[in-house]
Design a protein around this ligand. Structure first.
Ligand code: SF4
Length: 214
């Protein structure tokens, strides 16, 4: 596992029993990193990494699958089941998932120590009819690519994470101050925690709000 408390910020560790992704997001930092090190970005399961969280006794927030989309349509469900088996055996930790296909969450049974996140970066809202039934739902708007309309500002469950695009496309996708203000206003209105990633600093003069649920 890798310590991500200073980079990603909203979790302590990343755990990657699965790497690689077929979603092909143009802004993918993981693919760029794999390319840089001449590593394949084809989805790959790493059974030898499965026991890593079991070796950590201190309760931690663990982001599962930071360089893949574990719940994409193309992901073999068997890989996810094997990962969730380990999650069940580590009740001391909180496991955080993120996907661009949150409707697929309903194929799995999650232990209570899981938070299920959905990433929105510009798909149509009606792609997400089922996600609201997922336990401990949280939203990630990272990178913020377009202004967010009112659809997104009610009904979420647990938490909102926002961040800016990084890497070579960042200059083409600045985040409007008004978008950040709107998100802050909505989270204050609904009394929900907000985590603003440090990559928003170039777009925000105020203090970054970095709250966690509970
Ligand atoms: S879903 Fe994540 S890992 Fe997959 S291509 Fe998009 S940004 Fe990269």
């Amino acid at each position: 596992m890798n310590n991500i408390s200073k980079t990603i910020g909203w979790a302590d560790w990343s755990w990657n029993p699965i790497t690689g992704c077929l979603n092909n997001c143009f802004y993918c930092y993981a693919k760029a990193m794999f390319n840089r090190f001449n590593k394949s970005f084809k989805p790959q399961f790493h059974p030898e990494r499965l026991d890593e969280p079991m070796r950590f006794k201190k309760p931690s927030r663990i982001f599962v699958g930071s360089v893949t989309d574990m719940f994409a349509d193309w992901m073999p469900e068997e890989n996810v089941h094997k990962t969730l088996e380990i999650v069940k055996q580590c009740p001391q930790h909180t496991f955080l998932f993120l996907t661009k296909s949150p409707n697929n969450y309903h194929h799995f049974k999650f232990p209570d120590n899981c938070w299920c996140g959905a990433t929105y970066t510009g798909e149509k809202p009606n792609n997400y009819p089922i996600y609201r039934k997922v336990q401990n739902l949280f939203w990630s708007f990272e990178p913020i690519i377009e202004p967010l309309d009112d659809y997104w500002f009610n009904g979420w469950d647990k938490w909102i994470i926002i961040g800016a695009m990084t890497g070579k496309f960042a200059k083409h996708y600045p985040v409007a101050k008004e978008t950040i203000e709107k998100i802050i206003e909505a989270t204050r209105h609904y009394n929900k925690p907000l985590f603003m990633k440090s990559n928003l600093k170039p777009y925000w003069n105020g203090e970054l709000i970095q709250e966690y649920p509970g």
